[in-house]
Design a protein around this ligand. Structure first.
Ligand code: T4K
Length: 378
């Protein structure tokens, strides 16, 4: 039996990729925010329906540049339930992560618990729309405005998710995306920063004009260059190459198809696994979810581990996204009290899901999962 991995990168027909790469070769321009990267940014703006998009080298640096661009320091309210990059970016930038528990329905930061964690040192909220399911953006916005806090959304999983018909990237002062090979839309390595200040929205539509915040993002991602021989403040190399952009540009053509295919797989799993009464993140009615992962929460950590290990002996690889909870990392000094995140993080598994995963394989995963889980429960 062949292995079934938790995910596989989407691979467009190679001739399409090589045609785009040839353009970079012919132009003798391979990186430094070149024409293919700018074409990708415009294509993403159009596809997602956003005012602004700055492509960078990965989703982690996207968060770090966002923190710098907004001049975030001190304490930042954040979620314990996300990929390690959310927390490590804060630590790397010298901020103190302050963990607030998650909502048991969405698995995202619980807005009703934010206020009690705010101190005079709090400057921002960094929340993840985990698995592409939106946070309660209105409630977070309200508490942020009340306390004068900036909001950054780690929207690494959110390509294509819409809320009230608009892109989820339109929320927060800045939203960040990962375009890593394992994401539903990718450029092999890559990420993007979406600036949402009202100035950006106004001037973004005037060709060649950018808002001060977007200007800051551009400066930061390019070493702090302010002209060929002028450096204004510290910067970093967060640029992406024309080769990566070429892959992104081709993959963008397939975005609708990829999301449709994931929807089909979700439906298939939902139908097959119904009898186990597992817990899933709840997707509000005003949200068109991109189905970026297939997360299921078991009754206990022991049950989840029995399933994971049992599947692995059959060559089926479910993953503990996201375990451990991030407030248990060994460089965290303020772990907070987060019983919901502890429970979900210890008993969740993401099942195999990737473009082209055949129905018979989903049936095999589900049949084996039901068998192992039923044995465990009896
Ligand atoms: N914020 C959040 C919420 C995130 O989830 C992430 C990244 C970030 C920020 C940071 O974004 P980036 O800086 O990565 O752009 C993977 C990804 O590497 C990571 O991007 C992602 N989140 C995370 C959730 O998953 P691993 O450690 O699970 O990857 P790995 O190598 O174990 O691969 C997973 C599966 O995919 C394996 O079964 C093998 C398969 N695979 C993988 C690659 C790379 C392939 O078949 N082919 C491939 O080329 O982290």
């Amino acid at each position: 039996m062949s292995k079934i991995l938790v995910t596989k990168p989407f691979q467009a027909p190679y001739h399409e990729i090589s045609t785009e790469i040839q353009r970079a070769w012919d132009a003798e321009w391979l990186t430094n925010n070149g024409p293919i990267l700018r074409q990708l940014e415009n294509g993403m703006k159009e596809y997602l329906g956003v005012h602004d998009c700055a492509v960078v080298s990965n989703g982690t640096i996207a968060i770090q540049v966002a923190l710098r661009a907004l001049d975030i320091q001190g304490e930042v309210i954040t979620t314990p339930f996300s990929y390690v990059a959310t927390t490590s970016s804060l630590a790397w930038e010298g901020c103190t992560p302050v963990f607030v528990d998650i909502d048991p329905k969405s698995f995202n930061l619980d807005p009703s618990k934010i206020e009690t964690a705010i101190t005079e040192k709090t400057t921002a909220i960094l929340a993840t729309h985990v698995f592409g399911v939106p946070c309660d953006v209105n409630a977070i916005d309200e508490v942020a405005k009340k306390h004068g806090l900036k909001v950054i959304y780690d929207a690494a999983h959110c390509f294509g998710t819409t809320i009230d018909g608009g892109s989820l990237m339109n929320y927060g002062d800045i939203s960040t995306l990962s375009m890593h090979a394992t994401k539903l839309f990718h450029s092999v390595e890559g990420g993007a920063i979406f600036v949402n200040d009202t100035v950006a929205n106004k001037v973004g539509s005037i060709a060649g004009q950018v808002s001060p915040l977007r200007f800051e993002v551009d400066r930061l991602r390019n070493f702090g260059h302010h002209g060929p021989e002028v450096f204004s403040g510290v910067g970093i190399n967060a640029k992406n190459s024309e080769l990566h952009a070429a892959v992104g540009l081709v993959n963008l053509r397939y975005a609708d198809k990829i999301i449709e295919d994931r929807k089909r797989q979700h439906q298939c799993y939902d139908d097959l696994l119904q009898s186990l009464l597992l817990q899933y993140p709840e997707v509000p009615e005003n949200v068109q979810w991109n189905h970026s992962y297939y997360p299921v929460v078991f009754r206990s950590e022991a049950e989840a581990l029995a399933v994971k290990d049992g599947l692995e002996t059959l060559g089926i690889y479910a993953r503990r996204y996201f375990h451990p909870a991030l407030n248990t990392l060994n460089y965290i000094h303020l772990p907070g009290v987060t019983p919901v995140a502890d429970q979900i993080s210890s008993s969740i598994l993401c099942l195999p899901l990737y473009y082209g995963l055949e129905e018979h394989k989903i049936t095999r995963v589900s049949t084996e999962l039901i068998r192992i889980c039923t044995d465990y429960r009896s």
